[in-house]
Design a protein around this ligand. Sequence first.
Ligand code: ZN
Ligand code: ZN
Length: 451
Amino acid sequence: MSQLQSSWEAHQQHMAYLGDTDMESAAASSSLPDAGGDLDRNAPRICGVCGDKATGFHFNAMTCEGCKGFFRRSMKRKAMFTCPFNGDCRITKDNRRHCQACRLKRCVDIGMMKEFILTDEEVQRKREMILKRKEEEALKESLKPKLSEEQQQVIAILLEAHRKTYDPTYSDFAKFRPPVRSDGDGREAAGSDSILAQDLSLEDSADLFGSEAFGAFPESVEPHMFSNLVLSEKNDKSGSMSIDFSQFSMLPHLADLVSYSIQKVIGFAKMIPGFRDLTAEDQIALLKSSAIEVIMLRSNQSFTLEDMTWTCGSRDFKYRVSDVTQAGHSMDLLEPLVKFQVGLKKLNLHEEEHVLLMAICILSPDRPGVQNTSLVESLQDRLSDTLQTYIRCRHPPPGCRLLYAKMIQKLADLRSLNEEHSKQYRCISVQPEHSMQLTPLVLEVFGNEIS
Ligand SMILES: [Zn+2]
Ligand SMILES: [Zn+2]
């Protein structure tokens, strides 16, 4: 009898413990959002019945675990107590068991309500709901994409490869043949027909551009200059037979820059996991066709939206559209190229995504001359999976929205830029006076029309 009684009590205590922490207190506090918990979170929480340390709001009042369980048991049993004393016992932590009548009265006085007690079915239902929610959360967690060890390692290798091959100080640029900038309409270039003369006028023309075009009024001047370039391009087309070769004053510098960049792209490619497993022929085929695309991709790091230039350190190495036209390229390439740079910049790629995109670009199985397409494809697939998983787990919204699709679109844009570049490169390199300004590496990678 007494054993049954005590085991019943223990069961009730257990139920009270489970029920309260997880369910009833939640129900009580949710129906009373302003119950005071927020107001004095730091104030000591005292049981309103006995003065013991309270554990929260239970059945609508701040109480300890003991008084919470006592109230529930009393209500469930519909117990009727009578005070053996005067009916006004002062309930304390130590004497709270002595008079159940006054303890229960105190419970009601401070606002405890039996309506807040869940029935056994309700407790069961809530418990099942909580279990179900936990299971759902566990399932969701297990379905959430995670970067595997291998994928994390691939990313780490690519980051390291990029840092080894991209110098953000651009200190090597001073070793290139110096940039020679003639003014926009070519008047200055027309006056000087030798490279030497242009070299000598370097400082003047650089100053002219620096102060006039971009010093004081960058915003108002830029569109004007841009439209001038478009117009002069139209003029060029009408009289394309009489190109003034001396206008290509930026060709030596930019040829060196591109040659240097090709070397760096090769260095990066060699560090892409799996690239070295390809045959030498396939490595060369991939690099030849992707080099200019990767150069365009990596140059985005120096591209600034403020003035639409590639800013590589000092003013000498700040490249505008007009500088590239002075290396023989036209707006048919440069307009979509600048658009591409702006679009790519606005994606705000993480460095991880940037390096993965470059690696995916290089390992494209559909490049001309590739023999083992299935191996290249499997390497590219692995990189694409890594990129997609990276975006899903590491790129927060809203930036991640459709990001993978947008990045793949950028690869498609690069194909047409590549095509236009090849076209214009052929026009430049077919003329010996220009091809002699190029480097052996550039001639090898982009093709040598002379030989
Ligand atoms: Zn208490
Ligand atoms: Zn009493």
